[in-house]
Every structure is written in C-alpha cells, then in structure tokens.
Design a protein around this ligand. Sequence first.
Ligand code: ZN
Length: 372
Amino acid sequence: MKVVNGFQVIEMLEQFAPKKYAMEGDPIGLLIGTLNKKVSTVLTALDVLENVVDEAIEKKADLIIAHHPIIFRPLKRIVLDEPGGKLIEKLIKHDIAVYAAHTNLDVAKGGVNDMLAEALKLKNTSVLVPTYEEKIKKLAVFVPVDQADQVLKALGEAGAGFIGEYSHCSFSTKGTGRFLPGNEATPFIGEKGKMEEVPEIKIETIYPESVERRVVSAMLNAHPYEEPAYDLYPLSLKGEELGLGRIGEVAKEMTLREFADHVKEALDVDGVRVIGDPADTVRKVAVLGGDGNKYFHHAKRKGADVYVTGDFYYHTGHDAMNIGLNIVDPGHHVEKVMKKGLADVLGQRARELGYDVNFIPSEPGTDPFTFV
Ligand SMILES: [Zn+2]
C-alpha cells in the first residue's frame, strides 16, 4: 500500500468530478488547510458543521471532502469568538483540511444527481439541465508495425476510442517512417548518424479532452521510441452533454401519493411537501439535488410528471401549479446520499491504485429542519 498526500487524493476526486464541471462562481476546491501532507483518513460530508468537525477530530481525519463549501461568501474577518471563526480555528489547530466538491460533483457522471436518481430507482436517465459539453479530440500516432498492437491496447485501456456504445475504436494506415538519429540519441531502431526507414502504422483515435493526460501518457509508455511522433487535433464534433439533474422513468406507474411515499423511503426522510393531485399518474420523474427552483421549466419541457427537488419556494409553487407540474420536495438534506456514495467511489479507486487511504462517510445529521 502506498502512502499518499492530499494532492493524490484530490487528483482521484477531480478525475471523477473535474473542477471545470462547476457552475461559474462556485467556490469549490481547497478552502482550509493544506494538501501538502500525508493523508490517511478522509471524511466525506454534506456540510461542515461543528458536529462534523468534532467527528473528524475523533476519527483522526486529515481531510474533509464536503459537498457544500464551508466558506461560501467571501470572509470579512476570522474572529475566534464567533461560531464561524471558531470552526475555522478548530480545523486549523487539528490540521484538518477542507475541500469542497459542489456543483462539479452534482454534474459529474455518477455524482450527486445520479446517486439520487439511483436511490429513486429511475431507469433510462438523462441529463435534465445541460451545463457542460465534453470536447472531443483526435490523436494520431506513428508506431513501428510490431508494436502497433501494444499501443492500441494501451490507448483503449486509457479511455480513447469511445464512440457511442463502442469502445476501442481506431483506424490504422501503413506507411514509412524516416529519421536520422543524432549523436546523443539512443534509437530503438537504427543507429546514430545513419538515415533510417521503418515500416510504420499510423493509428488514429478520438478521446474526450478530460482524459487527454491519461491517454497521451499511456501512449508514450507503450510506444517503443525515445521520441514518438504524434499529433493532437481539436475536433468540432459534439461530445457528451453533462449537467444538473436527471430525468428518467419509475419502474412501474404509480400515483403521485404512492410516489411521495416512495421518495420518503428511498431518500430516507420523515416527510415531503407535495404540489399536485395525489391521484395523478407518475411515470416520468425529474430530480435535481439541492435547490432546484430555477429549473422547474426544464422538468416540464422534458415531459416530467413530477419534479423532485429541495427548497421549493411558495411563489414558485404557484408557478409550477399554473403549468401543471407536480412537485415533491423532500428537502435539501437528501443530498446526504453523497456521503456514502463518494466514499464508495473514492475508496474503490484508492484500492485500484494501492493507496493507503480510508474514506469514511460522515455520520451526524446536518439538516437544520425536523418534522414535529
Ligand atoms: Zn446542496
């Protein structure tokens, strides 16, 4: 098992939920402390409240990865007699770093919105509110004939060559490579100062820009040459659409009343607020973690029978009624699914990489509301 630092932990996180997926102005990333230290225990949390900080101290966590940024608005002062200042002091004194993965984790494939859709057992899900389009690029690399297969294999394993439901897509053409090794060269084929001609294969494949580093380094590792020749091209193809919220179907039709009960059970809440006729039929469901007021028109446009989101406002409720959109509001706290969800994803990746780091879902509740 490899001892790791905070940067290595965050690299795993950002491969799953890249920062560029975040909405503009969202204060994500490292908010308190340093990543330049050994990290062996990470707490995954929804909110960083005092009970969570105490838990982190007790469980000797080196880092808290939280969904909601602990510093959301710019700080004007850090006064240790005020609750906010005291919390920051406590974190720094116990050398606990805090990192926020907020809207980038909402948008990520397998992120908060997919976790919610999965908890609600929705099928055939797609993005509700597109916010990000993955750029597609092309790689062309020239490889001696005998090593072409090993390079192709490495490219496929690194995530190149995905077109729709197909993976490992590529195209090869045969040709001749020419080079003259210089005095300092240690050529794989040929000798210094002698012009060489080698039968080579040109491999062309595509990849999403977000995995460029992984694809290029896999290619370079598998390539036998000291100085492989390769090209990277930007393409104007449309890549995969990512975004906030998901829309999908329930396994079997039910009434709005039955669906409300399903939400309570699936998302583990004591109550939900409902707009709409309890006898209405529910088949198509839109879900958006957190405060989804802004996006109710997306749910209607995409044909949702009901929109599941938190923090729904009174007047937006009237607007939803006016367009005939049913609402189930289970509260904002249902995003707590990310605590175990993210710990599972990162724990799995750490095991694959042989990293000596534990991910623990935070236990205390942080919902300010209770039902009486
Ligand atoms: Zn939220």
